[in-house]
Write a protein that binds this ligand. Structure first.
Ligand code: S3P
Length: 425
């Protein structure tokens, strides 16, 4: 796809529902008693993979666009899948489902696409094995396919070496089936959607500092869930409006959970004009409308406990940094190397193609901003967030940019290009 539009962005946009919350609504709805009704569900390929896995385990799920009804069968109501479960490109599906499958009274197996089969699963195999789960990597390389046999689980206190909501959620979900309480302590707090939603469904979950604890065998009750807009999707329009002069955009109904809002804090530290309006609670999740207008940005430092709160926004923040005055240092973000692509290498490669001054480091990037960038051919390595980040860079660069494999955005945002164009008319 060739991008050469350069107009200011103006107007109002409601971005699609949050990916993390959409996944969890199906998973927890399936394990609850009664029906869970979800609105503003994200119909990206990743969340559809989660629906398909639960249908294979006998859960009735009606989906009509972004409205989804899940007919839960309780904690012990899943049926053995007839085939290996397929998580597609979705790390959230594989890792959270591993925790659920470890607690079932049947054997199962789960895999995904070529990218998923390279992503590290030891991070869930280690705690689940400590819980007495029978789970292993079929190829013996600590990656999917994962095979799981029935066994009874024990509650543990797991000290995770990584701040990962996927690991934390996996262990807490296995904890639903354990013989005692299960806790996870992480180095810094990762997104807490599982804790909030499990509590909303009736589970006993507590959070204290960087530790989350769950009590086993709760009675989960189906709920109504209105999924807030995904701040990770809003991030591309925030960035585009900040960079293209004359822009002003209102992004409505965006989730602003404090474990996810690091992008807003960093943009404001860089000099961005972003204001929050109509702040409210949507079920268990805070959300707001974000008004953003073009701003002149300066470099900043991004590291430490902030990183998990903006982990998926770092590619687009790197784009902002390339256009900002001065130097931006991103550190403590080695997790970027094990996302849908090695996001440190792939961002550095493509920003360099556009003429930016970037050095990839072991745990982040150093970006010396303020150069004027030029259009280029972008290879996103099939990573949706890289493709969308460079669609933003294209708007602020001189000349034409071609994004290869542009369709990979369907993983989290099927209507992305259409929505972007709608703000430039
Ligand atoms: C997610 C957690 C994050 C994030 C991913 C979705 C989740 O991964 O990058 O896109 O839904 O729990 P980690 O928690 O492994 O960093």
């Amino acid at each position: 796809m060739i991008l050469n539009y350069k107009a200011p962005l103006r107007g109002t946009l409601a971005v699609p529902g949050d990916k993390s919350i959409s996944h969890r609504s199906v998973m927890f709805g399936a394990l609850a008693q009664g029906t869970t009704e979800v609105s503003n569900f994200l119909t990206g390929a990743d969340c559809l993979s989660t629906i398909s896995c639960f249908r294979q385990m006998g859960i009735g799920i009606e989906q009509s666009g972004s409205s989804v009804r899940i007919h839960g069968k309780g904690l012990h109501g899943l049926q053995q899948p007839q085939q290996m479960l397929d998580a597609g490109n979705s790390g959230t599906t594989v890792r959270l489902l591993s925790g659920i499958l470890a607690g079932q009274a049947f054997d199962s197996a789960i895999t995904g696409d070529a990218s998923i089969q390279k992503r590290p699963m030891k991070r869930v195999l280690t705690p689940l094995t400590q819980m007495n789960a029978q789970i292993s990597s079929l190829s013996g390389n600590d990656c999917a396919p994962l095979v799981i046999s029935h066994s009874s689980l024990r509650g543990i206190h797991y000290v995770s070496p990584v701040a990962s909501a996927q690991v934390k959620s996996c262990v807490l979900l296995a904890g639903l089936y354990a013989d005692g309480s299960t806790s996870v302590t992480e180095p810094t707090v990762s997104r807490n959607h599982s804790e909030l939603m499990l509590r909303y469904f009736g589970a006993e979950v507590t959070s204290e500092g960087t530790t989350a604890t769950i009590q086993p065998q709760p009675h989960l009750t189906g709920q109504k869930i209105e999924v807030p807009g995904d701040i990770s999707s809003a991030a591309y329009f925030l960035a585009a409006a900040l960079l293209v002069s004359g822009s002003e955009v209102l992004l409505t109904n965006v989730g602003i959970n404090p474990t996810r809002d690091g992008m807003l804090r960093v943009c404001q530290a860089m000099g961005a004009n972003i204001s929050l309006q109509n702040v409210r609670l949507d079920g268990a999740e805070p959300c707001a409308d974000l008004l953003v207008s073009s701003s002149s940005l300066h470099g900043t430092e991004i590291g430490g406990a902030l990183i998990p709160t903006l982990i998926d926004e770092l590619p687009v923040l790197a784009v902002l940094a390339a256009f900002a005055d001065g130097e931006t240092v991103i550190r403590d973000a080695a997790e970027l190397k094990v996302k849908e692509s090695d996001r440190i290498a792939v961002m550095a490669e493509n920003l360099t193609r556009m003429g930016a001054d970037v050095t990839a480091t072991e745990d982040g990037m150093i970006i010396r901003g303020g150069r004027s960038l030029h259009g280029a051919v972008i290879d996103p390595h099939l990573d949706h967030r890289i493709a969308m980040s460079f669609a933003v860079a294209a708007l602020a660069a001189e000349g034409e940019t071609e994004i290869l494999q542009e369709d990979c955005v369907r993983i989290s945002y099927p209507g992305f290009y259409k929505d972007l164009e709608s703000l430039m008319r």
